[in-house]
Structure formats: structure tokens, C-alpha cells
Design a protein around this ligand. Structure first.
Ligand code: HT7
Ligand code: ZN
Length: 889
């Protein structure tokens, strides 16, 4: 295995100016003619041309129209005797490949009789020999030829300039992309597709054609994706002045896709999961994800495509920034401030349950990694979500207007080029010369170079005589693989002070002349810093890290009374929610750490009373209530422990849920009855929140019924399941029955399958619900094994594989971590089986045991053995090998 290192970056020895590709598409054997115009890079010493290739059959190589000598070094095509000097020359390469055999879904592949490509990160080399690196940007002309009846629609990047019929029932289409691009943004699609179309006129009067291509039966599920696309176009122009630079912008959906979607220039390819939705088949979560992902891919058109990455270590340059942009987009679409806060809480929840563990585990890496074996393993929550938090902190440090100015300068400097994370940070700082970011830039950039989640410990001391409160903040960061010692980070801390009644206090530092009410931001740069606030008549309650102003763990020794006060009164909705989570977490940890069997009722009256108050609150949003009433996840709880007994964590959380269900029974009845009817389905934040709370109430009522033998609520849930007017309500009712182990669940599952057996995305939900179900006496694993044998289960389809295998191994800790090790055996079997088909998906599954070192015995030893069994396979892909090697290190 070869380790690629960031410090070894060298510019390419050749540039490729133009590429003419001609495809004769055939599932068994596709012929690819690649005519390139190259020239030597004058800044690099003369050397051989080394072109990347993978799984290609090479038929012919011509230089300036004549045969030439070449050799293959492994899969790399090496040309040594190329024309000398600076003159451009033509290189023609003819290859074939076998799309039908391509189960990796990288390069050119076939899904449901339709051709698709996926080239990021290094898939283009599976289509033709090329300099497959993002800093080589070329102009593309693409001709597609295929059987007209089987492949009536032929798409590629840019503009369609010519099309027509050919002999033998074939036809062709010629596409010219007006923009230079790296090869990872190349795409083609060919098959039987239909499109929803919309013409839009931009602010500058230019007209654009927007298209969403799907299989013919799916047209009725394209409206939301199209609306999301239109909203994205409008938002990027309004917020950042970034217009659509194409006459035609296409989205195409495929049901076989390794990730969510891909931002190919002008021809985005999407997983159907992030395109297809109508109220009968998609939940509110689906609708919201579609909005985010459509936005995300569209925003890449500037942040990623117009300005791209110099090398793959810079991946967060486009991904962190584009996640930040899609988060802001979704927030800006919220009419109410409270809905913005809900979105922020949801984003932070993802960060803390997925990225924090990654940053504390064997795969921890900086936002800009230093090395990799397989770049596909670095499309991570660190690069994406933590990267977005780094960009968000920049916005906090320079302000919203300053951030927009920084973006403008970034594009003025770098449009059309391939750059680094440093270039982005420098543009932000230079556009805001008097900002804290400019002042602290080298230190701020430690967020890019140092892995690990910083811990900020806060201590407050009130001096009654001096009427002052001194807050001392200490930052530290635990070692991560390859980084034993960390230097202090730049940490923006937004905070306020509350009095004992919950009223916001004016903040006045000793050296400030004017007190200021509300939130103020401080910037930590040292390992230890103190702030003294004056003119305080009593000890205040600090509300720290408001809005989650930095991706850190905040430790403050709050009393229960202080947390209850923050939950009831903090003006910052994020910290209000956070106070509720801290209260619940404290109770969970106490019960987990206690000796003896798990307590039946781990929750005390004060906590239950606080939850009752939130649930019945007259003005809080339903969506916010649902978030407050949701207990911290088992994964999040486990992260707080040094040694994890997953069964005990599961049992304690379940006990808490059951107690909440029973103790607040009347409140749940009220919540259900008052939130269940929302009129005609609309996926807006208000009605989404109402459905979420009604769904939670129903699941709590079924859980309570499980405890007290009541048959009324399961019956009502079953009725709701049958009568629901939309998928959100129907699925919530089904999940309530399954989640509480009701006998009616089996009948409901059978009905659900019968109703939706032709809807692949709905069947994915059906599989996932069962594989993720609460374990009762070890019943989930046998059920999962039965699901694998179900005629609708297809391991080759990543969505289906994820819906069963990942839902069990990564999202069902109570079912997966079995004392008999059977869950881990299942995991190792599936990793090995998947690796032979699709290494990228297998490597993601391999990460389910990342945190094995934290496990208590017997889980720890059993997990290590399972990982070692995988690692012992001689034929592993680089993808899986890298993950298991790091895990065992
Ligand atoms: N930029 C896209 C990354 C992606 C990808 C990477 C590796 C293998 C398959 C892939 N499909 C899409 C997704 C995005 O961030 O927008
Ligand atoms: Zn992206």
C-alpha cells in the first residue's frame, strides 16, 4: 500500500488543455476514444508523462497522429519519448471498459439499464488514461453514441451542440462544456429518462433551463427537488452575488450510488434518496434532506467547481465551505428565528454524535489531512461537518458582511483555478484586515492542521464584596494518532450571564466603560484565560458557547438548579436545549456508573417536571419541544464514558424513555391530540415540527402501553398507520408499533410492505426500521439475517445494503453489541462480502467498530478479534485495509 502525503505535492509535469471524448456505449464493452491536447509544464523539469488508469483495456496510443512507444507501469501508462519543447501535442488513446461489470460504482457503470459515471475522487481513470488530479483543468467536448431505443437520452456536461441519428438504430449527441474543469467533474448519463423542466430568469436577465431527470414512473416525485433547485439559484445570487453560469443545469437521479450526490459541472448526479419525494412516499426528514443536498450540490458550482482543490488534501476547501453554505441556505429559508435555531441544533447533533467520536478514534485526522492511503476514506464528517464549523467560526470572527466580502475576494483572486485551504483563509483575512481573524490567522489555521476536539473547562468565582464574577477558561486537546501535542486553538466563545430568575444581565468587563446586554463574543487564544465581569449583585449563571460558537466540548460544573434555570429562561435557544441535554446526560451517566442492576426509574421529579413544562409550554415551537424531549443518543452517552458497556448504556436509556413515557402520559396524550392534524401536507418547518412532536407522543404512548398492558394506544397507532395522509405520519405510527414491540407491529409491517413493494426508497425504510429496532432479548440479529434472505434485499445496491446492514451495525448499539459476539461476526462477514463488490461502501461499514477500544469486556476482545479476522484477509481493498489497520494500531 502506498501512503500519499500532503507535503509531497508537486505540480503536474504536463497540462491538458483540451479533451475530446467519444463514447460508443455498450454495457458489455464500451469503447472510449480520448483525444487530448497537452503541453509540458514549463515550471517543472522535463520528465515522462505518467497517466493514471484502472481496469482499462488499452487498444491504441497515437502521438500527433502516429504510433509511439509506451509502457505500462502497473496500471499507469508511461510515455517517455514525447515531443520536446513547449509546443502543444496531440495524444490519442483508445480503450475499452466493461460498465456492466462495474460493481464499485466508480467510473462508468450501469444502473437499471442506464449508464452513469462517478469520477470524484479518482474514478475518471476508470474511464480513460488521464492525469487524474484536480489541478489539471481542461476544456471538454464529448460525443456519446448509443442504441437509440435503449438509450434515448444522452447527457454530458455543458451545452448540447449537435445530435442526430446513426446507422443500425444508433444515435449520437455532442456536448461542449464552456468551462474548464478537473476530470473529477466529468459526467455522462445515457438511458430512458424523463425530465421535469423549468426555465428561470436570473437577476441579470439571462435565461436558464433547469432539468430534473428521473425514470419515467418517478415524475410525480420531482417537484420538491425542482423547487429546492430554484430556491438555491435565488439564494446564492441574493446572499453571495453568485449567479448560475450555465445555460442548462441538470440533475439526474440514480438508485445505485455510493454517496448522496455529485456536483459534476452542469450535470449533477444524485442518489434517488435525495431527489424523489412526494407526500405519500417521503418523510419530512427526506424533504429536508433533499433541500439541503440539492442546495449543497448547486452551491458547489462556485465553491468547488469554479474554484476547485489543488489536491485532495484540500477537500475541505470545497466540502467544509459548501456544507456551511447549505446549512446557511436551509436556515435562511426558515421564516422564524426559532426554526433557524432548530436547524442549528440538528446540525450540532450530527457533529457531536458522528464527528466527535471520529476525532477521538483511530481514524481521527485534521480537517486538512496530512496523509492517506485511500482518499475515499477521507470523505468524512471531519472534512465536511467540522470543516463547516471552521468556516462558521471565520464568519463569527469577521461578521456576516465581512464574510461576504471575503468570499468576493476569494473569487476575484482564484476564479478558474485549483487552490488550497490557506488561499481561502487568506482571502477571508485580507478582506477583513482589522478583524480578529486577520490578527490571529496563523493560529486560527490550527483548526486545519490539528485533529481532535478541544476541551474548554470553564470555572466561575463570584466575589460578593467586589460584586465581580471571574470566569476562567482553560483549553486542552487530547492526543490523536500522529499528533501527541497540540497548540492552543482560536476559540470564539459567545456568552451571556443570567441572574437567578433567568433574566439576562448586562455584561461589563473591568476595562469596558459601557455594560452591554445580551450575547458578547470573546476570542480565546491562550491555554488559560480569565475574564472578570463587574457590577453584579449576585452570582450569575453563565450561558457559554451560545449557538455552539465553536466545535469544542464545554465543561462547566453547573448545578441542577442552574441548568433548570437555563432550560427555562436562556434567551439563546441552543443553550436552552443544551441545558436539557446536560440534565438528561447527568442522569444517564449516574445510572450507568451506579453499582448493581439498572435502576427502573433513573429520572427524578425535578427533571420530569421540567420536561412537563417544556412539553406544555404555550409559546415554544413543537419542533424545539421534540428536540428537548429527545434524550441524548446512546452513541453520545457512550462517548462521555472511558469504558463503555453498551448493553448497560442501552438499558439505562430505555429505562429513561419508559419513565418519560409513563410519567408524562397525560402530556403525551395532550401533545398527540393537539398536534396530530396539520391539514394538507406541506413540508414547512411549522407543520414538520408539529408532525415530529405528534410522532414522538405516539411512540411514547405505545411505549407506555407496552409497560402497562394498555391496548388503546397501540390500536390508535395502528389506525393512524392505516389512515395517515402522508408518509411522515404513517411511518411514525409504524415505528411506534415496532419500537415498542407491539404484537400489531408484524401485521403493520406486512401491510406496509404490500403497499409499497414497488417503491424502492420506501422499502429501504421498511428494512431500516426492522434492522434498527430496539433489541428485545437478542431478537434483532436473527431478524436482520432473515432480512438479508428477503427477495427484496440486494447487497449490490448501496441504499439497500445501508438500510439493513448499516442500520444494524452502526445505528443499533443495543442490538449490535452482543455478549455472544454474534453481532461482530455478522459485521466481519458483511465487510468481507461487500469488499469484493464495493470497497468504498465496505470501508464505511468497517468503521462501525472504530471505537472498540472503549468497550468493556467481553465486547472489547470480541470486537478486536472480529477486526483482526477482517485484517487477516489477504485480498482486502486498500479502502478496508486502511480502516482496519488504523483500528488495530
Ligand atoms: N463531492 C461529492 C463527493 C462524492 C463522492 C466521493 C467519492 C465517491 C463517490 C462520491 N460521490 C460523491 C459529494 C458532495 O460532497 O457533494
Ligand atoms: Zn460536497
Amino acid at each position: 500500500t502506498t501512503v500519499v502525503r500532503r507535503e509531497d505535492y508537486a505540480p503536474p509535469a504536463f497540462w491538458i488543455d483540451t479533451v475530446e471524448l467519444a463514447f460508443d456505449l455498450d454495457p458489455v464493452k464500451t469503447r472510449v476514444l480520448n483525444k487530448m491536447r497537452l503541453r509540458r509544464n514549463p515550471d517543472v523539469a522535463a520528465q515522462a508523462l505518467r497517466l493514471d488508469g484502472e481496469d482499462l483495456n488499452l487498444a491504441r496510443v497515437l502521438v500527433n497522429g502516429a504510433g509511439c512507444s509506451f509502457k505500462l507501469d502497473g496500471e499507469t501508462l508511461v510515455l517517455e519519448n514525447l515531443p520536446e519543447g513547449q509546443d502543444p501535442f496531440d495524444l490519442e488513446i483508445f480503450t475499452t471498459c466493461a460498465p456492466e461489470k462495474n460493481t464499485q460504482l466508480m467510473g462508468l457503470y450501469v444502473s437499471q439499464s442506464t449508464f452513469f459515471t462517478q469520477c470524484e475522487a479518482e474514478g475518471f481513470r476508470r474511464i480513460t488514461y488521464f492525469l487524474d488530479r484536480p489541478d489539471v483543468m481542461a476544456s471538454y467536448t464529448v460525443t456519446l453514441r448509443a442504441d437509440k431505443a435503449r438509450y434515448p437520452v444522452l447527457l454530458s456536461n455543458g451545452n448540447l451542440v449537435e445530435q442526430g441519428d446513426l446507422p443500425d438504430g444508433r444515435h449520437f449527441a455532442k456536448w461542449v462544456d464552456p468551462h474548464k474543469k478537473p476530470c473529477y467533474l466529468f459526467a455522462l448519463v445515457a438511458g430512458q429518462l424523463v425530465a421535469r423542466e423549468q426555465r428561470v430568469v436570473a437577476r441579470n436577465g439571462r435565461e436558464h433551463l433547469l432539468q430534473v431527470y428521473v425514470r419515467p414512473g418517478d415524475m410525480d416525485k420531482t417537484e420538491h427537488a425542482m423547487n429546492s433547485l430554484i430556491a438555491s439559484v435565488v439564494w446564492d445570487e441574493a446572499r453571495f452575488g453568485l449567479p448560475l453560469d450555465l445555460e442548462r443545469f441538470m440533475i439526474v437521479a440514480t438508485s445505485d450510488f455510493n454517496m448522496g450526490a455529485m456536483e459534476n459541472k452542469g450535470l449533477n448526479i444524485f442518489n434517488t434518496k435525495y431527489v424523489l419525494a412526494n407526500s405519500a412516499t417521503a418523510t419530512d426528514t427526506d424533504f429536508s434532506n433533499i433541500e439541503s443536498v440539492v442546495g449543497h450540490e448547486y452551491f458547489h458550482n462556485w465553491t468547488g467547481n469554479r474554484v476547485t482543490c489543488r489536491d485532495w488534501f484540500q477537500l475541505s476547501l470545497k466540502e467544509g465551505l459548501t456544507v456551511f453554505r447549505d446549512q446557511e441556505f436551509s436556515m435562511d429559508l426558515c421564516a422564524e428565528a426559532s426554526a433557524r435555531a432548530v436547524k442549528r441544533i440538528e446540525d450540532v447533533r450530527v457533529l457531536r454524535t458522528a464527528q466527535f467520536p471520529e476525532d477521538a478514534g483511530p481514524m481521527a485526522h485534521p480537517v486538512r489531512p496530512d496523509s492517506y492511503v485511500e482518499i475515499n476514506n477521507f470523505y468524512t464528517v471531519t472534512v465536511y461537518e467540522k470543516g463547516a464549523e471552521v468556516v462558521r467560526m471565520m464568519q463569527t470572527l469577521v461578521g456576516r458582511a465581512g464574510f461576504a466580502a471575503g468570499m468576493k475576494l476569494y473569487f476575484e483572486r482564484h476564479d478558474g483555478s485549483a487552490v488550497t485551504c490557506d488561499d481561502f483563509a487568506q482571502a477571508m483575512a485580507d478582506a477583513n484586515p482589522s478583524s480578529d481573524l486577520a490578527r490571529l490567522l496563523p493560529q486560527f489555521k490550527r483548526w486545519y492542521s490539528q485533529a481532535g476536539t478541544p476541551l474548554v473547562q470553564a470555572r466561575g468565582v463570584y466575589d460578593a464584596a467586589a460584586r465581580s464574577y471571574t470566569l476562567t477558561l482553560t483549553q486542552s486537546c487530547a492526543p490523536t494518532p500522529g499528533q501527541a501535542h497540540k497548540e492552543p486553538f482560536v476559540i470564539p466563545v459567545a456568552m451571556g450571564l443570567l441572574d437567578a430568575q433567568g433574566a439576562e444581565l448586562p455584561l461589563q468587563l473591568a476595562h469596558w466603560s459601557q455594560p452591554e446586554a445580551g450575547t458578547r463574543s470573546f476570542v480565546l487564544t491562550e491555554a488559560v484565560e480569565s475574564f472578570t465581569f463587574i457590577n453584579l449583585d449576585s452570582e450569575p449563571v453563565p450561558s457559554l458557547l451560545r449557538g455552539f460558537s465553536a466545535p469544542v466540548v464545554l465543561d462547566f460544573d453547573y448545578s441542577d438548579a442552574q441548568l433548570l434555570g437555563l432550560l427555562a429562561h436562556d434567551s439563546d435557544p441552543f443553550n436552552r436545549w443544551e441545558a436539557g441535554q446536560r440534565l438528561a446526560l447527568r442522569r444517564a451517566l449516574n445510572a450507568i456508573r451506579a453499582d448493581g442492576p439498572v435502576e427502573r426509574d433513573p429520572l427524578d421529579a425535578a427533571y420530569l417536571e421540567a420536561m412537563h413544562t417544556v412539553l406544555r409550554h404555550p409559546t415554544l415551537d413543537a419542533a424545539f419541544k421534540e428536540l428537548v424531549l429527545t434524550l441524548p443518543s446512546e452513541t453520545y452517552i457512550a462517548e462521555q464514558l472511558d469504558v463503555v458497556d453498551p448493553q448497560r448504556v442501552h438499558a439505562v436509556r430505555e429505562a429513561m424513555r419508559e419513565q418519560l413515557a409513563l410519567a408524562l402520559h397525560d402530556d403525551w396524550v395532550w401533545a398527540y391530540e393537539t398536534h396530530k392534524d396539520n391539514g394538507a401536507y406541506r413540508p414547512d418547518p411549522v407543520s414538520t415540527g408539529r408532525r415530529a412532536l405528534a410522532g414522538m407522543a405516539l411512540s411514547m404512548l405505545c411505549l407506555a402501553a407496552h409497560g402497562n398492558g394498555d391496548l388503546v394506544w397501540p390500536g390508535k397507532a395502528y389506525q393512524r398507520f392505516k389512515d395517515a395522509g402522508n408518509m411522515t405520519d404513517r411511518f411514525n405510527a409504524l415505528a411506534s408499533l415496532v419500537g415498542s414491540g407491539q404484537p400489531l407491529a408484524q401485521d403493520a409491517l406486512a401491510r406496509f410492505h404490500a403497499m409499497f413493494r414497488h417503491e424502492a426508497l420506501v422499502l429501504d425504510k421498511w428494512f431500516a426500521l426492522q434492522a434498527g429496532a430496539t433489541d428485545r432479548g437478542g431478537n434483532v440479529l436473527p431478524a436482520v439475517r432473515r432480512l438479508l434472505a428477503h427477495p427484496d434485499f440486494h447487497l449490490r445496491n448501496p441504499n439497500r445494503a445501508r438500510s439493513v446492514i448499516f442500520s444494524y451495525c452502526s445505528a443499533n448499539p443495543g442490538g449490535f453489541h452482543r455478549a455472544d459476539a454474534a453481532g461482530y461476526t455478522f459485521w466481519s462477514e458483511r465487510v468481507i462480502e461487500l469488499d469484493a463488490i464495493n470497497p468504498q461502501v465496505a470501508a464505511r461499514l468497517a468503521r462501525a467498530l472504530d471505537r472498540w477500544k472503549k468497550l468493556a469486556e467481553p465486547y472489547r476482545s470480541a470486537a478486536r478479534e472480529a477486526i483482526a479476522r477482517v485484517a487477516a484477509r489477504p485480498d482486502l481493498s486498500n479502502d478496508v485495509r486502511e480502516v482496519v489497520t488504523r483500528a488495530l494500531a
